[in-house]
Design a protein around this ligand. Structure first.
Ligand code: NAP
Length: 488
């Protein structure tokens, strides 16, 4: 017996949160003729539409953020923290419906979507607690007489651009930190999943975030992105998405020299050493890889298993993956929902075809199902080159073999990306040695799940820069102001 509410009830709850609008300067702009249609990845049904805002409307949101900034920055940290705490409480009150909305527009199973809502909310609570702890430093001057006071001040209005794979968490990880610091936010959510961001913003306003401090803008990428990155009033861009778009936005930010956080793509390696606990390694691989159907930036993209444990690992992994249940996001036993769209499906097909052509063998899965559903797939062998440079973003685990620790590290690092990495070993010395040697921002040791509010999340190399969550996550929204006091 499942404790999940009935599908029809959940779908109705999710639909009730859909607002066909944008939020500009505290006002809801209703959808007009020029609009973006949002479809359910599960069955293609039209969920609703959001406006394609004009450049002038985006500017209005930016100007409102700039106008709201001084008062918001001066608001006491304790008061901003209380607003964040109220926002968190409202998200908790609405968590079933928000999860249903995520399942509707993103397609992840409802239980997993509920996990995302709680994960998203953990950032709001985390930064609620931090808002009254943003202290500075008193520094003695080299002359031994003067006193230097270093204050940490909010950077100013922030533009946040987010992807569709975590329609709630990628927003709160930015917005909660920005509000904690005293920055207003103009958010551009992904066009595939705008309704979750709009619903979260409605709750934020209800919690007391001032009008103007949180706008949600939708529209043509170049129009919205162009205004946000080009504006002198926006002092920081926080972007989560693909490396290609990140590069383009970084170039657009250059003329106004904005602060930037770039949470970009990955090609996470997962290493399994002979001395690993087999069950832990297999469970960790499945948990890490099949979250959101393989559509996360930290999903293991390529597995390297040491020769001595390879056969046992492949046998256990294949059995586990073959048993995963693919289905409707609202069915209680569903573990994997549909991919986001047809492009996502063809990419997985392409990666399978290229790996098979290079000598890889499909051990389970390998085929598309109806719509944008895809069979969970394990492939052994072939060439790992492709997976070092391209994210599959789907339910495919390619497994390769290595002999020595040095080889494993070299192959893990042979990529321009460096977001997440995973390793499985029961030798503590090896785990620490390899964990330190891998070029990535986040390493999971004997765990496939590494995302939580306390963990500094972010990449190195072309996976970007900046950290989100944790005590470090606030730094990207603060700048240091130094006053020198000449003592007489
Ligand atoms: P994407 O195509 O880069 O889009 C991300 C966001 O950028 C969307 O809101 C998108 O808008 C917007 N965008 C695209 N082109 C733009 C432009 N020229 N100007 C302004 N905005 C623009 O990425 P995605 O397909 O949504 O997400 C998947 C990618 O995100 C993967 O590479 C994944 O690894 C990465 N990701 C990284 C992290 C991390 O923390 N490092 C977390 C999650 C995902 P539209 O929706 O309107 O196209």
């Amino acid at each position: 017996m499942s404790d999940q509410p009935p599908a029809d009830h959940l779908k109705a709850q999710g639909r009730a949160l859909i607002r066909e609008a944008a939020l500009v300067a505290g006002k809801w702009i209703p959808v007009g003729d020029d609009a973006i249609s949002v479809h359910s990845p599960a069955d293609g049904a039209l969920l609703g539409r959001v406006p394609k805002l004009s450049a002038a409307q985006v500017d209005q949101a930016i100007e409102a953020a700039a106008a709201a900034f001084p008062a918001w920055a001066r608001t006491k940290g304790k008061a901003r923290g209380e607003i964040l705490a109220r926002w968190a409480a409202l998200v908790t009150q609405n968590e079933d419906s928000l999860a249903a909305l995520i399942s509707l527009e993103n397609g992840k199973p409802w239980k997993e979507a509920l996990g995302e809502v709680r994960y998203a909310n953990s950032f709001i609570s985390w930064f609620a607690g931090m808002a009254e702890r943003l202290d500075g430093k008193a520094i003695e001057s080299p002359n031994g007489e003067d006193l230097i006071l270093a204050f940490r001040e909010p950077v100013g209005p922030v533009a946040a651009i987010t992807p569709w794979n975590f329609p709630a968490a990628m927003i709160t990880r930015k917005a909660a930190a920005a509000f904690c610091a005293g920055c207003p936010v103009v958010l551009k959510p992904a066009s595939a999943t705008p309704f979750t961001g709009l619903a979260l913003a409605a709750l934020a306003l209800e919690a007391g975030v001032p009008a103007g401090c949180f706008s949600v803008v939708s529209g043509e990428q170049d129009v919205v992105g162009g205004r946000l990155t080009g504006s002198e009033l926006i002092r920081k861009l926080s972007f989560t998405g693909s490396t290609a778009v990140g590069r383009k936005l970084a170039a657009q930010c250059a003329p106004t020299l904005k602060r930037m956080s770039m949470e970009l793509g990955g090609a996470a390696p997962l290493l399994v050493f002979d001395d690993a606990d087999l069950e832990v390694a297999v469970s960790g691989t499945v948990a890490g890889k099949f979250r959101a159907g393989g559509q996360t930036c930290v999903c293991p993209n390529r597995v390297y298993v040491q020769a001595g444990i390879k056969d046992a690992y492949l046998e256990a992994l294949t059995a586990r993956v073959a048993a995963l249940t693919v289905g409707d996001p609202f069915a209680p036993d569903t573990e994997i929902g549909p991919l986001i769209d047809e492009k996502g499906v063809t990419k997985v097909e392409d990666h399978i075809a290229r790996t098979v052509a290079a000598g890889g063998k499909v051990l389970t899965g390998g085929q598309r199902m109806t719509g944008s559903y895809f069979q969970p797939t394990v492939i052994a062998g072939g060439d790992d080159e492709l997976f070092r440079h391209e994210e599959t973003f789907g339910p495919l685990v390619p497994v390769f073999t290595f002999d020595t620790e040095e080889e494993a590290i070299a192959r893990a690092n042979a990529s321009e990306f460096g977001l997440a990495a995973f390793l499985f070993s029961d030798d503590l010395n090896r785990a620490m040695r390899v964990g330190r040697a891998i070029e990535s921002g986040i390493v999971g040791i004997n765990s496939g799940l590494i995302s939580n509010a306390a963990n500094p999340f972010g990449g190195v190399k072309q996976s970007g820069f900046g950290r989100e969550g944790s005590t470090y996550g606030i730094d990207d929204y603060l700048q240091v102001k130094a006053l020198t006091l000449a003592l007489r």
